[in-house]
Design a protein around this ligand. Structure first.
Ligand SMILES: Nc1ncnc2c1ncn2[C@@H]1O[C@H](COP(=O)(O)OP(=O)(O)O)[C@@H](O)[C@H]1O
Ligand SMILES: [Mg+2]
Length: 389
């Protein structure tokens, strides 16, 4: 099975360098590898010393690269889906006036980059796909969109259960929404299925790994914690942290002593937060990494001696456990204060709110006649007991 590694983190911490080093390492292992950048500020071509076009380009023997222009992707490759999405939003009666341009929804352009990655994965040409993402905030928006959309669509357009076309006249009455015409429905349906597939792919722990890149600095520690927490909230598998730009401890210059000590404290904090998750420490090199020679320093000094592409089995995501009279749902929510977690329930969903983020976990159909009996939050784990009504 192919692997997808997604690199995320705050701007400037070294995502592109670390992602490129993985791609290079992978190709040197003889695996056919693709590195994809979804960040508009592309610099893969600088690193690999080749010019990259709008299609997949060969960089070396087993190494290929693609710099995605999300806008081009949306307008050209997924034009019909874009139209379907606009149609769908309009038909929902949402009080949004200027839907004709989807860019009013942050992160939507990037969604089409992700759909491209799905397409590439499904074509099966590569053993490993390395994704160099846009900075954190955008990535989070990006990763939660498929879930939000498919939640929304499941509510209004229950494809899969009954054919959509059959349902259309009923839905109109039941939900008081104008469903799109037949042609558009099939586009909407296609889009829905794609988003489902996208979400399933990114949550498949045997395929997709999320890797967070950070540096030992206060501002970055905070953002990294948030990033990690949201990844867990949405049940993506984070199975690697890269702490970049670590000062060598043997610098013979008193100016650095304090900096080394400060870095040391933040590194310890990362180690505490990430616990069992593999941590890779990358030194601050005495040169820029913008080129193969620089990237190879990371390969040689950090990646070569570890199994960086293996699937890690024992990191727990959310789990359901059968108990007498119902089920227990457990979610891993590190870096969260108990007071910040708000829990609600509807007939069909469990709704978890943390700050500005909300996740609807649709109750599996066997649990539709269950309700939350109690919930507790302890040491970063939210435990919800669902009992039959
Ligand atoms: N460990 C390091 N030592 C020296 N320079 C580094 C290191 N990591 C990154 N850099 C340099 O820092 C800059 C930003 O790195 P980059 O990988 O482009 O970050 P991002 O993709 O997160 O914005 C680049 O010029 C890169 O060469
Ligand atoms: Mg970058």
């Amino acid at each position: 099975m192919s692997r997808i590694l997604i690199f995320t983190g705050k701007g400037g911490v070294g995502k592109t360098s670390v992602a490129a080093a993985h791609a290079r390492h992978s190709s040197l292992e003889g695996k056919k590898t693709l590195i994809v950048s979804t960040d508009m500020a592309h610099n893969l071509s600088d690193i690999f010393g080749v010019s990259l076009g709008k299609t997949i380009c060969r960089v070396e023997e087993n190494l290929f690269a693609l710099e995605i222009d999300p806008n081009h992707m949306m307008e050209n490759e997924f034009g019909d889906m874009k139209d379907a999405l606009i149609q769908m939003i309009k038909s929902s009666g949402a009080p949004i006036s200027n839907v004709d341009h989807l860019s009013i929804f942050p992160g939507v352009d990037e969604l089409f980059s992700l759909l491209k990655i799905l397409e590439i994965y499904e074509a099966g040409d590569f053993e490993r796909i390395i994704v160099d993402c846009a900075p954190t905030g955008e990535t989070i928006a990006l990763l939660k969109i498929p879930e939000l959309l498919s939640w929304y669509m499941e509510k209004f357009l229950p494809v899969g259960k009954v054919a959509l076309r059959v349902l259309a006249p009923i839905s109109k009455a039941a939900f008081k929404i104008e469903l799109p015409n037949k042609a558009a429905i099939s586009d909407v349906e296609r889009m829905f299925l794609k988003l489902e597939a996208l979400q399933a792919l990114f949550k498949n722990r045997e395929v997709t790994s999320i890797r967070i890149v950070a540096i030992p600095e206060k501002m970055v520690v905070e953002e990294t914690k948030r990033n990690y927490m949201y990844m867990n909230l949405y049940n993506f598998q984070v199975d690697g942290l890269y702490i970049n730009r670590i000062l060598p401890s043997d610098i013979d210059n008193p100016f650095f002593n304090e900096w080394i000590e400060i870095q040391h404290q933040y590194i310890e904090e990362y180690e505490m937060i990430f616990g069992e998750i593999p941590i890779y420490k990358i030194p601050w090199f005495d040169r820029d990494l913008n080129g193969l020679v620089g990237i190879d320093l990371i390969v040689k000094e950090v990646l070569k001696t570890r199994d960086v592409f293996g699937v890690i089995k024992d990191i727990q995501g959310e789990t359901y456990e059968k108990v007498k009279g119902g089920y227990i749902l457990k979610l891993n929510l590190p870096c969260v204060e108990k007071a910040d977690v708000k829990l609600h329930e509807s007939l069909t969903d469990i709704i978890i709110k943390i700050g500005n983020f909300k996740r609807n976990i649709p109750k599996p159909s066997t649990l539709r006649n269950h309700e939350i009996a109690n919930a507790k939050f302890d040491e970063g784990i939210l435990t919800i007991t669902l009992l039959e009504k």
